[in-house]
Design a protein around this ligand. Sequence first.
Ligand code: FNR
Length: 242
Amino acid sequence: MTAEVNSWAFSDTDRAAVYRAIQTRRDVRSHFRPAALPDEVLFRILAAAHHAPSVGFSQPWDFIVVADAVVRQAVKVSFDRENARAAENYEGERHELYQSLKLEGILASAVNVCVTCDRARGGPHVLGRNTVLDADLFSTCLAVQNLWLAARAEGVGVGWVSILAPNDLARLLGLPDHVVPVAYLCLGYVTDFAPTPDLERAGWGERIAVDTLVHRDRWGHPYKHSDDTAAQPLPESPEPPC
Ligand SMILES: Cc1cc2c(cc1C)N(C[C@H](O)[C@H](O)[C@H](O)COP(=O)(O)O)c1[nH]c(=O)[nH]c(=O)c1N2
């Protein structure tokens, strides 16, 4: 049997580039270089974010570029306070390990970008948002992922900082009530993209094997343990084609 040609697939080279961006993207906190990020590079990355899917094509995001040192210093104060509170969740060795983690690059990065979600965008009835009200927040997260991948392709590191009080961000960035700060991101050129997540190398966590997370038809019968009738071969792991 001959395999059907799928003329919509990218070329091997293009496909490899997409998978490479996905697999080598990193959350960057400690490898930022002070070099400035040219506006045209930042704009390409933000334009990629803007091409994310969105519920009802509502495009609920805005991108607040935070370059001002005073504002960033104030955001760092919020981080320090929230990080100290978060550390109280752990005891003993885990506490020590938490304290040793570098979890932000607010001042070390070239620029910060806050990706917000305007919960009123698109009016009172957004197609697809009638039942699942948070679909606008999900859409905004997809914009963040587009941004993260485009940045990787540009050789630009991105770190997401969520150890911040949303109220602090709203005040510092002058957000109206209907605009939610979804992601506070640190962007800049890097000295390195680590081969594995920082939290993995620090011994905080490890990647879960994908085959334990794929379930056929219903949860509760993990593929590995399913009986013969349910067993289906898993797709090949997405190694980039060489
Ligand atoms: C919603 C959300 C929020 C955060 C993060 C991510 C996401 C998706 N991550 C980054 C996170 O730690 C990282 O993605 C994982 O450790 C996996 O590493 P890689 O992204 O693969 O390098 C993150 N990292 C950090 O240093 N400080 C933080 O506050 C956060 N917050």
